[in-house]
Ligand binder design. Structure first.
Ligand code: AMP
Length: 366
């Protein structure tokens, strides 16, 4: 069985084609700058990588180019696009309705349209990708997997904010949580690696990338997570500020005469590592600058690691203990110094970092 997995962003579309029998990736790549020019990258193991510029006005045009490459005699891997047995879409937000992966239907797309106001950044892109794929492969089964569904069983106390209750009932404001597919995957893998039932473990998974979130898993279920109504809440990220006093928002808006969109830009695109350091959203650049003694880079990395520690401490308290701490994503897997800063002075939890193993760890499972 061959399954095409699609992750649609607002101006990008990433894909991987899997052979489910061999569990191998047959092809992967991505289209960038959709709607504003365009580039495509396409890789097939054993063949030369493909990269070129091409105008993609829409996600549909981008997907057509992907299909063309997949069946190309030299660069492709399929003889006919009908060899794709199923398509899986990664969708960030399933609202309150989708608590598990589900078949893509017109009703699903209508529902996702209806929740665009609470998911303005990712919703329209996912819908465009699903529509384009349904148009081009109308007879192929398609499913959607939602980042939010890992959090579907939260206790109410974990998702209701301390706002008037009708902000939830009338406006849909609640914690939804994101990165659920990553947290679900790594928490199960960690249990498998430890050879212990997932259901028996108290775990905290730290997905530290350009966007970052921390999730607590108890008895095989997610019980709390740092991202909330949007992927803005939680720890400091590449360009997002994470937790702040909410009153800062109207204060800055009034003082600088900013519109809601401009304020949203400040919070989402100009804050985080980039905002504090004034150097970069990329943690590698911040680490380099910190090593060279740049005080704001040192400060930003401290804010990041202390924020992570604060969530670990909080979730440990909520779960009455901790058995496993997991790091994943770009920073979590690659930055030994971040793991070290986070795990330092955590002996009260029985955490003691092995400096040599930490420094020499290569991406994957130890
Ligand atoms: P992701 O969003 O998971 O792709 O992660 C992106 C983040 O991972 C960026 O901040 C990168 O700087 C960071 N990253 C990737 N490789 C490394 C590395 N070798 N050391 C430190 N940070 C890294």
């Amino acid at each position: 069985m061959k399954v095409l997995v699609i992750n649609s962003g607002s101006s990008s579309l990433k894909y991987q084609l899997f052979d489910m029998k061999t569990q191998k990736v047959l092809a992967k790549g991505g289209c960038e700058r959709i709607g504003a020019g365009g580039t495509i990258t396409h890789k097939v193991p054993g063949k030369e990588d493909v990269y070129y510029e091409i105008d993609f006005p829409t996600h549909g045009e981008a997907l057509k180019e992907v299909f063309k490459l997949l069946v190309d005699k030299e660069k492709g891997i399929l003889t006919n696009i009908s060899e794709i047995d199923a398509v899986g879409h990664r969708v960030a937000h399933g609202g309150e309705k989708y608590k598990a992966s589900a078949k893509v239907t017109k009703e699903m797309i209508d529902y996702l349209e209806s929740i665009v106001p609470i998911n303005p950044l990712h919703g329209p892109a996912a819908i465009k990708g699903m529509r384009a794929c349904l148009d081009l492969l109308p007879n192929t089964p398609q499913t959607a997997t939602f980042d939010t569904s890992f959090y579907a069983d939260f206790e109410e106390s974990r998702y209701i904010y301390g706002l008037p209750y009708d902000c939830y009932t009338k406006d849909g404001v609640r914690r939804y949580g994101f990165h659920g597919t990553s947290h679900r995957y790594v928490s199960k893998k960690a249990a498998e690696f430890l050879n212990k039932p997932f259901e028996s473990l108290k775990m905290i998974t730290c997905h530290l990338g350009n966007g970052s979130s921390i999730t607590a898993e108890l008895n095989g279920k997610a019980v709390d997570t740092s991202m909330g109504f949007t992927p803005q809440e939680g720890i400091l990220m590449g360009t997002r500020c994470g937790d702040i006093d909410p009153t800062v928002i109207p204060y800055i808006m009034k003082r600088r005469n900013l519109t809601p969109d401009e304020m949203s830009d400040l919070l989402n695109k100009k804050s985080g590592l980039l905002g504090v350091t004034g150097i970069s959203n990329d943690s590698r650049n911040c680490e380099e600058a910190a090593k060279a003694g740049n005080p704001r880079a040192i400060l930003a990395l401290e804010i990041l690691s202390e924020g992570i520690k604060r969530y670990i401490g909080g979730y440990t308290a909520l779960m009455n203990g901790l058995d496993v701490l997991v790091f994943t994503a770009g920073i979590g897997e690659n930055s030994a110094s971040t793991r070290e800063r986070v795990c330092k002075n955590m002996d009260y939890l029985g955490i003691k970092i092995d400096e040599e193993k930490n420094a020499n760890f290569v991406r994957g499972i130890p």
